[in-house]
Design a protein around this ligand. Structure first.
Ligand code: DGL
Length: 275
């Protein structure tokens, strides 16, 4: 048993889709959520830069006493999960790509799988590699969706622009006759209505957050680090950009009030808590 928090991070609001699942399915577990809003969106940045951000944030969360770190960010999972596992051997570090792939392969049957993700995640081919490792013969179509993250970060996930971008991106996957689409960026479940309408009722959308929480629970049990039952959860939220903006939109997206957002900035070795 271990009452320490689980660290969860993303470039911005997207990882709240994973945080919300943790709060729902593992209500005893306290979390520390960090949104790297000074650098969002990650999706169009060089992969080496994202790797540096993700390793710095993992180090920061560990310095705050986290017993596990979850990269609730596909970009980070694609480029930094394996280096982080090698660098931080004293705590489990989890990503979102393999859980999402497991769920999609289960659902896909023999139809092709579509992946909607950021430009960086698509260019890393992390999804097609993981899908082919699980199911070598399945066809995979990956579609970069660069308009989506800025729409979510500006609270325009239900706007006409969001619906029209979703139609454009989905069409390319539908042309490949996909039966499932993995929402391969943690921001995309916030666009679920727009993507579902564009994909149509014959396509199943996979949100990796649900399967990720199953993996988090399994890892807590295997390492005997669950929070003792009955302990009140005491969450903390950090961001690297504007705390007020994150508190407001974050509360809406999490569907739970975020009263206080602390600001974190990176020092030479680890982040420094400012407030
Ligand atoms: N939500 C993140 C992901 O899952 C990053 C999106 C971005 O900042 O571009 O990839």
């Amino acid at each position: 048993m271990n009452p320490s928090p689980i660290g969860v991070f993303d470039s911005g609001l997207g990882g709240l889709t994973v945080a919300a699942q943790i709060l729902k399915k593992l209500p005893n577990e306290p979390i520390i959520y960090l949104a790297d809003t000074a650098h969002v969106p990650y999706g169009e940045r060089p992969l080496e830069e994202i790797q540096g951000f993700a390793l710095d944030i993992t180090r920061f969360l560990r310095s705050l006493g986290c017993k596990m770190v979850v990269m609730a960010c596909n970009m980070s999972s694609a480029v930094a999960l394996h280096p982080a596992k090698e660098a931080f051997t004293d705590i489990p570090v989890l990503g979102v790509i393999e859980p999402g792939v497991r769920a999609a392969v289960r659902l896909a049957g023999d139809r092709p799988i579509g992946v909607m993700a950021t430009t960086g995640t698509v260019s890393s081919h992390a999804y097609s590699k993981a899908i082919h490792a699980a199911s070598p013969d399945i066809d995979v179509y990956e579609q970069a969706c660069p308009a989506f993250v800025p729409l979510v970060e500006s609270g325009k996930q239900d706007s006409p622009q969001a619906y029209s971008a979703a139609r454009e991106y989905a069409q390319i996957l539908l042309d490949g006759n996909v039966g499932t689409i993995i929402l391969g960026c943690t921001h995309y479940p916030f666009l679920f209505p727009a993507i579902a309408e564009a994909a149509g009722p014959a396509v199943t959308l996979v949100d990796p957050a649900e399967e990720t929480v199953i993996e988090i629970e399994k890892t807590l049990v295997e390492n005997d680090i669950q929070c003792p039952e009955g302990r009140a959860s005491d969450h903390r939220f950090f961001c690297t950009g504007d705390p007020a903006g994150f508190a407001e939109l974050g509360s809406r997206f999490l569907r739970s009030r975020i009263d206080r957002v602390e600001q974190a900035v990176w020092g030479v070795d680890i982040g420094k808590v400012l407030a």
